[in-house]
Design a protein around this ligand. Structure first.
Ligand code: MN
Length: 486
């Protein structure tokens, strides 16, 4: 007799599909077998049971400068996640440009105690000072923060090449993964100057302000750095096929370069920006939405595993608010419109609807892309990301046959719009369980504030370096291996 049994469902993992009941005790999966019985039972006949989604790219309640605020706090964002079938999120602890991590990480940790699902943080590094790199970052990595986010663009965010290399080196030496926003800052500034001079102020020109060519260049550069230092990286939100091609080329050279994309690059395009007035700002996010044809080409890279994680990049900014999209007015310069769209709740349904329903990917690939691969990449597997004996009972009863329309009124975030309003999606989370407790059923949030747990991450094998130094110099072991210099 188990605490809980999910009966008669079809279990889907990244590897297999099979009929089994799932037994849960103490929040952990303890049995996968036919005809189990439990003190509580959930009937799942005709539905799939999938591992809870892992959304490894989710912004909420960040302390940003400039007066733009995330519409979601860590509770509302994670409540929204739960209602969409996501049970683990990785959010961001944003280092001040001139400040220290020590000043802000405890504060983020405190505010995150309100989370509704399990969570970790990426350390968003903006000040690569010697003290930060030599002392703070190693200490935070050792304390269980195993991922570091860096930007190659944006006035308040970008790091130069030397700083990027130094961060990658610290991550390799101390066992953390660097994730990268890879776009070219010089191109963005140049385009902004010329577009402003040409009078192009309508938000739709966001699509040319930050072109795919700038992403392709930056991906090539950061992939080369990862290769030079023999360390894995994950490139965030790969939006363009030419950027994905750079990742594939790096992988063929043996580099550990992984690529994430987001559902918006699969479901939206620059055509969504092409509408009258400031309304277009609802689709301003970075990297910019690409052409309609690019959107289809990304599926090939997902199918081949070049891109292996699909997230939301949930970046909630209210549309009709003075601290949101309208912070600098409806006539704001093109490069000052606040970027970001919400999406943590709609992620799984869009991926199913665009991916599995039309036959582009299989249900197992869906699970890999939405949960398993992110868990592996960020050191959470197999506690998260799969349905196996000993894993957390983060389970979603998934209704693959339900077709419904997205309305912002039915979502559980704290944002005043969704860029997916009116979109008809097939495949919805029916019931979400976090460590064996029902937190959502049929569109109703049933969990409670503070139910989520922080997930400290130990050093994990996925990060293990290969020991290959194509430059002929190992800067970590201080060895010159160049064949002509022996
Ligand atoms: Mn982001």
């Amino acid at each position: 007799m188990h605490d809980l049994v999910i009966r008669n469902g079809t279990v889907v993992t990244a590897a297999d599909i099979f009929a089994a009941d799932i037994g849960v005790d103490g929040g952990i999966v303890t049995a996968l077998a036919p005809r189990l019985s439990g003190r509580t039972e959930i009937e799942a006949r005709g539905r799939l049971v999938i591992p809870g989604g892992v959304d490894s790219h989710c912004h909420a309640e960040q302390r940003m400068s400039g007066g733009v605020v995330n519409a979601d706090d860590l509770f509302t964002a994670t409540r929204s996640a739960a209602c969409g079938g996501t049970t683990t999120v990785i959010c961001f602890a944003l280092q001040p440009r001139e400040g220290r991590f020590a000043d802000i990480v405890p504060e983020y940790a405190q505010r995150a105690t309100r989370c509704a699902v399990d969570y970790a943080f990426h350390l968003w590094l903006r000040n690569p000072s010697e003290q930060v790199l030599a002392e703070e970052l190693p200490a935070l990595i050792a304390a269980g923060h195993r991922s570091v986010k860096v930007f190659m663009t944006g006035k308040a965010n970008w790091l130069d090449d030397l700083a990027l290399l130094r961060v990658l080196a610290v991550a390799r030496e101390h066992g953390a993964l660097v994730t990268v926003h890879a776009e070219n800052w010089g191109i963005h500034q140049f385009m902004a100057e010329r577009l402003a001079a040409g009078g192009f102020r309508h938000p739709k020109f966001h699509a040319v302000l930050k072109p795919a060519i700038g992403e392709r260049e930056a991906v090539h550069r950061i992939a080369s750095f990862a290769e030079l230092l023999d360390t894995p990286i994950q490139v965030f939100h790969v939006s363009a096929p030419e950027a994905a091609a750079e990742i594939e080329a790096a992988q063929r050279r043996g580099a550990r370069v992984h690529g994430e994309t987001c559902v918006q690059y699969l479901a939206l395009s620059a055509a969504d920006l092409n509408r009258p007035g400031f309304e277009a700002a609802k689709w301003v996010f970075g990297p910019a939405p690409r052409g309609s044809a690019d959107r289809h080409a990304l599926w090939d890279y997902l199918k081949r595993g070049v891109l292996d994680v699909v997230t939301s990049d949930h970046a909630p900014v209210n549309f009709d608010a003075a601290d949101g999209k309208k912070r600098w007015g409806e006539d704001a310069p093109l490069d000052q419109i606040p970027n970001g769209i919400p999406g943590v709740e709609t992620r799984l349904s869009i991926l199913w609807s665009e991916g599995v329903a039309p036959g582009r990917i299989t249900p197992c690939e869906f699970v890999a892309l939405s949960s398993t691969n992110a868990a592996r990449t960020f050191g959470l597997y197999p506690r998260k990301g799969t349905i196996a004996i000993g894993s957390d009972a983060d389970l979603v009863v998934w209704d693959p046959g339900r077709t419904d329309r997205v309305t912002n009124a039915a979502l559980h975030h704290a944002v005043d719009y969704t860029p997916y309003e009116g979109m008809v999606l097939t495949g919805w989370a029916e019931t979400t369980l976090l460590r064996g407790e029902v937190v959502h059923h049929k569109g109703r949030y049933l969990g409670r504030e503070g139910q989520g747990q922080w997930l400290p991450r130990a050093a994990y094998d996925w990060l293990r370096p290969a020991g290959r130094f194509p430059s002929g110099y190992d800067p970590f072991g201080q060895r010159v291996t160049h064949p002509d210099l022996q």
